[in-house]
Design a protein around this ligand. Sequence first.
Ligand code: OXD
Ligand code: MN
Length: 606
Amino acid sequence: MALTENQLLNKWVEDMARMCRPEDIVLINGSEEQKKKLTEEACATGEIIQLNQELLPGCLYHRTAANDVARVEHLTFICTKLKDDAGPSNNWMSPEEGYRRAGEIFQGSMKGRKMYVIPFSMGPVGSPFSKIGVELTDSIYVVLNMLIMTRAGREVMEALGAGGEFTRCLHSQADLDENRRLILHFPEDNTIWSVGSGYGGNVLLGKKCLALRIASYLARKEMWLAEHMLILGIEDPTGRIDYIAAAFPSACGKTNLAMMIPPEGLKAKGYRIWTVGDDIAWMRIDTDGKLWAINPEYGFFGVAPGTNSKTNPSAVATVKKNTIFTNVVLNPDGTVWWEDGDGEPASEGALDWQGRPWKPGMKDEKGNTIKGAHPNSRFTAPFVQCPSHSFRIEHHHGVNISAIVFGGRRAHLAPLVYQAYDWSHGVYIGATMASERTAAQYGKQGEVRRDPMAMLPFCGYNMADYFEHWLRMGVRMRWQPQIFHVNWFRQDQNNGYLWPGFGENLRILEWILARCRGEVDARKTAIGFVPKLEDIDMTGLHLPKENMERLLEIDPKAWEVEMADIAEFFKKFGNRLPLELWAQHEDLKRRLEELGSGSALQPQPF
Ligand code: OXD
Ligand code: MN
């Protein structure tokens, strides 16, 4: 009997099976019964360990191979016919070479294993915002994760019907050899091939591969936006909810911001936060001329270390049940632990992320502390388990976006918050986003990594065209969201953070929304509109006034260095870069020169 009623799908599965040679093909229907059977099978082989079902009901544990713990940007390719269509920020391979090289690794890679066929929808099933994909994989871990991260199974098959379009996603762990690992995207064929990895970001193909790299390509063709953004709603006591979409590079606290808890001082105002998404936003202009956004995902694939009841109580509550933990510490009582989490790990009998006996405080030969959980260890948890999850997650048109926020980690340059003059200036701000490495982190202090719109590793085509697309989208909207830039990470001379971050960030979001509603005025500066000190509600937060002044300061000398770096970055895109961005660049340069010469030192109210 045919696998499905979709002949195109059947033919593709047949072709891929001929190449990978699995011993069996199993269609995932999304039922509890099938999930239970697969979990039992994976537990029997040790691929998955069942956790303490009394303390962590429905929770599972998995370890990836030690050489396979993160996304591999150097092995990730965009395979377009023309190299220039991938652009200077992507690795490129021709489609012929991609299919040939990966094909050799896929050849017979599923021998002795089953091939699972997972029909999934990114976005609510049947929504005009959504896209359907089908992932073929030989990993039960992938199946169980996809059942959390996406809407998957029979309902999606029905929506796909006999002739529907879908993204073809092929994955095999093969032998997990780093030298035979490739993550390939064929945007012109709506196809993804991932081989040789078992790590989430490389193998849950609905996420970074489809919802960002392939979707960004489709979004340009179809005039919408696929972005690396969280979506959050802020409800005020009158019941009005305004939504913000925000892009930050990886590891800048997106999940924490998406689930933030109002700070004590603002509690009296009765704000309520609604989490719509923590990683990806798909946005379309609706018939009302406004920008609407959905979260195409259905779960969280969050970093565990650092997640605790203080930094993110909602995430702690979210992972209490039905969660898959990857590469964290396994306690002998079947519970889990990670660095900077809640409580203590077991003092005896714990195993680290590689399955080795581990005790807190253990050191290696060089005297360095051995971490129990991998720094990129993860939890995969259903979206609706988040206490602040928005009821709009199921809504076909998502939420109306009032503000777009770009952010980076800058020790000295960018003020706490500023607002673009208009859409085109906002696109420039997004296109020039960057994060700086600080002494407390990794790499060389002060080194700047440009990460436009936090999409550098995720844009599936030439980023110069991507900027052009953003500019065109602005022209098409009748009501453009206001664009802002924030920097929670500004430091003093002693490398201490000037701003407390976490829930206190709501004070800045409050100003952002007040600006969107035209309720507060601002200082017009060379780089954009900056708040007047008195317009940020500091109730219950005692920060010295000098701190706030430092946080909002604009240093023309530092900006001069920045402008040179931006110009170097822009030049990489040659004459494909929209002239409008160069014009924005020149305007900013001129305004900064005026500021540096003292003629515009006093920012003017507008
Ligand atoms: C992620 C990332 O895992 O951005 O979300 O790296
Ligand atoms: Mn991300």
